[in-house]
Design a protein around this ligand. Structure first.
Ligand SMILES: [Zn+2]
Length: 205
């Protein structure tokens, strides 16, 4: 299969987070740190973590996986991260969120991830939304909506369902445009690669 390259789309907030250090924020030097710099507003903090999830999604795309990245945060500290690995590991459950939750549980030695926030570039599917409820995650923040299988708001609404014994508070639309462009660019490139492979096979036969 052809290698799929996704380039980061332009976005004012992303460029702010990626911009060279400025006296006000020194954001770039802090990007390697497990916590965001002080002085950010709560929406900038959300964007900071989402930007990190975005870079993990990019890693997934480079590995030929659907580009979804997730980070688990507790007290503004990075606890765990994950990116889609289903194809490589032959594991239908290896979604970015599941991997971040598993690693997070191992890290804090507790299967309950109370007070944690999970940031993910794409609205979680029913499996991952179920895992968020099981883990008692406090808050979920996602980037792009998934109108086909989204289980937070788009198709199902599992995280706020009062029939379940835990509800997760929701933040959505953080870096939505770039996250959405990232995933559509991936599928567009993949469709194109399939088309080219088909044509090539036809020529050979
Ligand atoms: Zn999922």
């Amino acid at each position: 299969m052809k290698e799929i390259k996704i380039s980061a789309p332009e976005h004012p907030l992303l460029s702010k987070l990626n911009s060279p250090c400025t006296p006000e924020h020194s954001l770039l030097s802090k990007l390697n740190s497990p916590c965001p710099p002080s002085g950010l507003t709560s929406s900038e903090i959300d964007a900071f973590w989402m930007q990190h999830a975005y870079s993990l999604a990019d890693k997934a795309a480079q590995q030929g996986e659907v580009p979804v990245g997730a980070v688990l945060v507790l007290d503004n500290q990075l606890i765990a991260e994950g990116w889609n690995r289903s194809i490589q590991t032959h594991d239908p459950t290896a979604h970015a969120e599941m991997l971040a939750l598993k690693r997070g549980g191992e890290k804090i030695k507790n299967y309950r991830l109370v007070d944690c926030t999970l940031y993910v570039t794409l609205e979680p599917c029913p499996m991952c939304a179920g895992a968020l409820v099981h883990a008692r995650v406090k808050r979920l923040v996602y980037g792009a909506s998934d109108f086909k299988t989204g289980a937070v708001r788009s198709v199902f609404n599992l995280l706020e369902d009062m029939r379940l014994n835990h509800q997760v508070s929701i933040g959505s639309g953080v870096l939505e445009q770039v996250c959405s462009q990232q995933i559509s660019a991936f599928f567009k490139a993949r469709r194109q690669a399939h088309k080219e492979n088909k044509l090539l096979a036809k020529k050979k036969s």
